[in-house]
Write a protein that binds this ligand. Structure first.
Ligand code: NAD
Length: 275
């Protein structure tokens, strides 16, 4: 099945569905997961310097002989690597670990107030040098985006944020849209917490689909990019089988009503500072 792509403001395209590799920590587990994802039609793989698994991800791509042109690789600059020189050095290291000479998408992992403009200047340089095709941010709120909007030469084309039925963040999504930024949902399944919800269970049984598929389909119909994670080949394939059914307007509304501003991760309003 052909996977949909989203057009980014810089002219590149990005698969709407991707695979997150957070916590995949050894080579055998990584290989099994990436092989399953590759078979199921995922092209986008989302890692981060902070996950400590760029090397095993790079090795998995090589061992499975997946052509680079079929891959869309995202990594993120860790908090400890922010700043102009640190960013450049750390991206060089990420490229080595991932065994590639370019990245499809590079994200600032978290907005560290004292550092993020210098980090962003390094991102602009990496893009100009074509080491990175697209540049974006993660966990940015409107205030952080506004800062870049008024000062930066290049604008982020992706904002990767926590998003699931218990944290739908509609105002931030609207702001991203206004700025021509694609919103990409991390923890799209709420790390499992949302899967027990009775409203979702009812919709799932009506469609004879799993709750995970209903949630992922809801994201797709809202135009978000998603990067669900699983180690289980059957679930990896299930999470990609979401392009052959539709939720109706009432179902979309019922899911939207589940929002309770419940985070699984940290709140970006907390100012991150390096010690
Ligand atoms: P997720 O919402 O994708 O949930 C993953 C968990 O849900 C799995 O561990 C599994 O237990 C369960 N699951 C997955 N598929 C299932 C299915 N079909 N049926 C039942 N249970 C299922 O949460 P996540 O791993 O936190 O997020 C996904 C990715 O987002 C990460 O791997 C990472 O790449 C990215 N991420 C980014 C940030 C950031 O700050 N930018 C933060 C967290 C995660």
């Amino acid at each position: 099945l052909l996977q949909p792509k989203l057009r980014l403001a810089d002219g590149h395209t990005m698969p709407q569905l991707g695979f997150g590799v957070y916590k995949l920590a050894n080579q055998a587990t990584m290989n099994t997961a990436i092989a399953a994802a590759n078979r199921s039609g995922y092209h986008l793989f989302d890692t981060a310097q902070a996950y400590g698994n760029e090397a095993i991800l790079g090795t998995a791509f090589k061992e499975l002989a997946i052509p680079r042109t079929e891959l869309f690789i995202t990594t993120k600059v860790a908090e400890v690597n922010q700043g102009y020189d640190n960013t450049l050095r750390s991206v060089e290291r990420s490229l080595k670990l991932l065994q590639t000479d370019y990245l499809d998408l590079l994200l600032v992992h978290w907005p560290i107030h004292s550092q993020f403009f210098e980090t962003w200047r390094a991102f602009e340089r990496l893009k100009a040098e074509k080491i990175v095709r697209s540049i974006g941010v993660s966990n940015y709120h409107q205030t952080h985006l506004d800062y870049l909007a008024t000062r930066a030469n290049e604008q982020p084309v992706v904002n990767q944020i926590e998003n699931h039925p218990y944290l739908s963040q509609e105002p931030l999504l609207a702001y991203d849209r206004k700025q021509q930024i694609v919103s990409q949902a991390w923890s799209p399944l709420g790390r499992g917490v949302v899967l027990q919800d009775p409203v979702l269970a009812k919709i799932a049984s009506q469609h004879q689909r799993s709750v995970a598929q209903i949630i992922l389909r809801w994201h797709i119909q809202r135009g978000l990019a998603i990067i669900p994670k699983s180690q289980n080949p059957q679930r990896i394939s299930e999470n990609a089988a979401i392009f052959d059914f539709k939720l109706d307007a009432d179902e979309m509304t019922a899911i939207a009503r589940l929002n309770r501003r419940q985070r699984t991760g940290a709140d970006p309003e907390v100012v991150y500072e390096i010690e």
